[in-house]
Design a protein around this ligand. Sequence first.
Ligand code: ADP
Length: 914
Amino acid sequence: MSTLLARWLSDYRDLLLPRWMAALERKLAPAMTAGALAVDDMPEIVQHPDEQRVLLASMYEGLIDAAGGDYQQLDECLRLLRALRTTPGEDELPQQLALIFQLRRAATGLIYAGRHAGNGPSLPPYDEHALSEELEELLEYVAVTSASRWVSAAAGVSRELHDTKLLVESLYREAEATDRTTLHVSKLNEITQGLTASLDPAQQVAVVGEKLKQGLGVDVLQVWLYSEQAGSLDLAREWADADAAELPALRIASADPGDLVARAFRDAAMVLEHAPDAAAQGPWYRASFAVLAMPLVAQRRVTGVIVLQQPEAGILEDRAEQDFVRSAASQTAIALENARLYDEVRSFNAVLEQRIAERTQELQVERDMLETLNEIALEISSTLDENLLMDGLLEALAKLVGVEHGSIMLVERETEHLVDRAVLGEKRDVGYTRFPIGQGVVGWVAQQRKPAMVADVSQDERWVAPRDDEDDHKRHGAMICVPLIAHHELQGVLVLSHNEPGYFRDEHLRLLTASASQIAIGIHNAQIYKEVEQQLMHRYEMQRRQEEAASQSAAILQSLSDGVIVCDAYGSVLTVNLAAERILERPIEELVTWQLPELLKRLLGRRAAELPVEEMLAHPRDEHDEPRTVSATFQVANRVLSATLDPVLSTKGGLVGAVAVFRDITREVESDRLKTEFIGTVSHELRTPMAAIKGFTQLLAMGSLGALNDTQKEFLGIIQTNAERMIAIINDLLDITKIETGSVELDMRPLHMAESLSSVLLELQPKVQDREQELAVGIPPGLPLVHADAKRFNQILLNLISNAVKYTPRGGRLAVEAREVTAEVVPEPLREGLRPGRYVQIEVRDTGVGIAPEELEKIFERFYRTENPLKVEAGGTGLGLSLVRPLLKLFGGRIWVRSTVGEGSVFTFVVPAA
Ligand code: ADP
C-alpha cells in the first residue's frame, strides 16, 4: 500500500477525526432516540462518549498504519469493537458498516474540499484521485473484514445454538435417568433399612426381593442362597406373576457346569443371557425368558445369587438397572453375612457359656482334688510314725473316695514281696497278705509301676482269687491300685476297693495318682525318720558309754599316785594328772602348755636325753616289734624321781603318742640306803666276833688246850664250818654294801683271761673231781685282754663256775668258753648304756638242774634261791649272783642266762676288751 493515504490520514487527523466522531454521534443519537437502531446492546459500544472517542482515535491510528501496510492495530480495533459485545447481534454489522461509511463520507468530503478550504500552508497538496482510490481500498478492507468477522461469528452462534439444543436433549435424558436413579436410591434406601431392621436371613431375603421387584418391575425374581454343607444353591424365595405356580423347594449343585446360576456363583460375576439353553437350566428357568443372575458377594465370599427373568432382555441390559441390582445384591450379601456372623457369635456365645459351665465344673473337681491333696499333705506332715501315718492316710482317702476297703502294701526288701502294712479299719496284725512282685493286680501295678483301675476284679485276668478258707477276702467289685514311688524307688502299692463293680471313676484315678507320690514320700520319710532315730539312739548310747569310760579313765588317771603326762604323736602334751603336778612341782596349766621334750629338758636338764621322747615317737617299737620302754632315775632338787617313758598305741597298733610316768622314790631310795648302811654296819660289827669264834675254834680243834674226844671234834668241825659260812655271808654283804654305796675300790687293768681262769679252776679242781664231773675249757688264741679289777673278776668267775659245779649232779658236764664279740650279742633290754666296741664273752655251761623261766631274773636278787633237788646239798646264801651282776656293770659289762629245767643252764657275760 502506498504511504500516500497514510500520510494524508496523518496530516488530516485533526480535521478528519473530529468530523468522523461528530458524524457518528449525530448519526447515532437520533437513531437511538427514534429507536431506529433497535440494538439492545448498542449502548455497550457507545456507552461512554470518551470510551467511544478513544476507540475511534485508536481505530484512526489503525487506519493510518493499515494504509502504510500494517493492519495489526486496525484488526485489533475491529476485534475490540466486536469483543465489546457479549453476543453477536444481527444489528452489529450494519452499525459497523455505518461507522465505515461515516468515515468515508467525512474523508471524501475532505479530500475534495481540502484544497479549497485549505488547512494551512503546511499541508501539502494530494492527488485526490489516488487518495480516494486508496481510501476506497482501505475502507473496503475494513468492510470486508468486519463482514467476514460477522459471518464467522454468526456461524459460531448457529453452531452454539445447535449445541444448546443437544444439551437440552441430554439434560432431558439425564433428568429421566436421575428420576430412575432416585427411584433406585430410594429403593436401595428401603432395602438397607429393611436389611438392617432384621437379623433373620428369611426376612432379609423377603425385604430385598420385594423392593427389587418394585424397583425393577421384572416378571420373575428369585433369591438363591448357598448352603455350605450341601455344596449347593437353594432357592430361598421367588417372586413371580400372580398366576405362576408355587415352586417346590429347588436346589442347584454349585458345580453344575451348564446352569447359569451356578456359573454366576462360581465366577462371582454377573451373568446376562438373552436366551439361555433351557435344557441346561433347572426347573427354576422360565422358558425363552432372558435371565440376569447377580451373585451375592461380601468380603470376597459368594453367599448366593439373585436371579431376574423376563420375556425380553429390556431393562436387564440397562447398566443403571444392573448397577441397582448389583448394589442391592451387595447390600444383601453384607446383611446376610452379618446375620450369619451374628448367628455364629450367638452360637459361639452359647458354646462359650457351655465351656464356662464345664470349666467351672472342672475347677470344682480340681478344687476338691487340691483339698484332698491338702488333707493328705496335712496327714503326712502330722506324724512321722510310719504306722500312724499309713492308718491316717487310708482313713482320709476312704472318706474322700467313699470306699469300704483299702490297704497299703509295702515292698519287703529281703523277699521283694508286697506285704500289707496298713489295712483300712482293721487293727489286726498286718503282714498277713503277701504278693510277689508281678503277681496279682497289686503285683502287676508294682511291676509296671502304673496305676490300675479294675471295674470288677472277678473279670480281671490279673486277679488272684482268694482261697476258699480266706473268708475276709473280697471276691468281686471294683478296685483301684496306684504304685507308691519315692525318689524313683518303688515303696509299695496303695489299694482301694469297693463292693460295687465299676464304682471308681477317672477322677478317682486322677486323685489317687496325684496323691501317690506325696504318700510315697511321706511313708519314705517316716521310714527314714525311724531309721535315723534308731541310729541316733545307738550313737547316743555309744557316746554315753564312751563318755562314761572317758570320765572313768580320767578319774583313774587323776587318782593315780604316779605322775602321768601324755603327749600326742607330735609331742604336744595332752593330759597331765594331779600327781604329776605334785611330783614335778609345776602347775598343770603350765605343764600342758609345753611339748613333752621341752618339758623334760626343763625338768631334767642334760639328763633329759635318757628319756628320748622324739626318738620314741619316731620308732615306738623295737626290732621284735615290741613296744619300746625307757626308764631312768633322776635327782631333782632333793628328791629322787623314777621316770618311765612308753609309747601309747591304739588297739589297732597305730601310734597315738607317748606317756611319761613319774614316781617319787626319794623315800624308797632313802630306806634302801639306810638298809644298806645298816647291813654294812651289822656285817662289819659281826665280822670281828666271827673272826674270834673262828680263831678260838681252830685253837680248840688243834688240841693245844687239851685233848678232845671224837664227839667234841665233830662238834667243833660243825662250828668251824658254820663260822666260815657266816664270815662268807658277811663278806658278801659287805661287798654288796660297798657296791651299792659306791664305795668299792676297783683296780682296773688289762687281764689275761687264761690266767684268771686257771687260778679259779685250780681252786675248784678238787670239787670237780670229787663230783666226777667233766670240765671243758675253750680259750681261742689271740683273745684280747679284758679290762677289769683282777680280784673282783676272779670273784665273778669263781661264783659262776662254782654254781655250775654245785647245781650239776655227779658225772655231769661243764664247759667254760671265751671268745671276742661286739655289744650286739647282748640282749636288747640289757644293751642300754653299753659302749660300742670290742668285748670278751665268757660262757659257763652245765648239764645241771636248770632254772624255770619265771625265775631267770629273780636269781639275780639278794638271797633268792630256787627250789631244786640240789638246793640243800649245794648250800649257799643266795648272794653270789646279786654281787656278780652289779660288779660286771661296774666293769662296763653285762650278764644274762638261758636255762631249761632238768637239762642245764648257760650263764653268759661280756666284759670290755682292754
Ligand atoms: P647260792 O649261794 O645259793 O648259790 P647264788 O646267788 O650264787 O646263791 O645263786 C642263787 C641261786 O641261783 C641258787 O640258789 C640256785 O638256785 C640258782 N643257781 C645259780 N647257778 C645255778 C646253776 N648253774 N644251775 C642251776 N641253778 C643255779
